[in-house]
Design a protein. Structure first.
Length: 127
């Protein structure tokens, strides 16, 4: 596996859309959005998701040129600086090969560089 993890850029909106839709189809109970709603997003909405935001980082993991995962890290804006990790997903064919760890490590590296002193992983419970 030729694994890379980097921040999503504005030009990555289609990649982010494709990974997000695949994640929602694979794990519908793990996200706060439903697949049907996400499919209704316009190009402008997908582009907005990849727009740079100083307090938020969207990561995309790739195996070569194939996108295989994603994750979001958001910093608190008030109180102690904390990094919140959520919306993480790795494609089934890439699991147990280090992609999840690489996403988390890259996200925490970014959070520490932005003065986060603590981090929190958010997960959804299946009902």
């Amino acid at each position: 596996m030729s694994l890379t993890v980097r921040a999503a850029r504005a030009a990555d909106w289609e990649t982010l859309r494709d990974v997000r839709l695949r994640a929602l189809a694979d794990a519908p109970d793990a996200f706060g959005q439903e697949l049907g709603k996400a499919k209704q997003n316009t190009e402008a909405q997908w582009r907005e998701l990849t727009a740079p935001k100083g307090e938020l980082l969207r990561l995309i993991a790739r195996d070569g040129d194939k996108p295989i995962g994603m994750m979001i890290v958001a910093l608190t804006l008030t109180g102690p600086r904390r990094a919140h990790v959520y919306a993480m997903w790795v494609a089934p064919e890439a699991r147990r090969r280090g992609a999840g760890r690489a996403l988390v490590m890259k996200g925490l590296q970014w959070a520490r560089a932005h003065a986060a002193h603590d981090d929190e992983l958010k997960v959804s419970e299946r009902h």
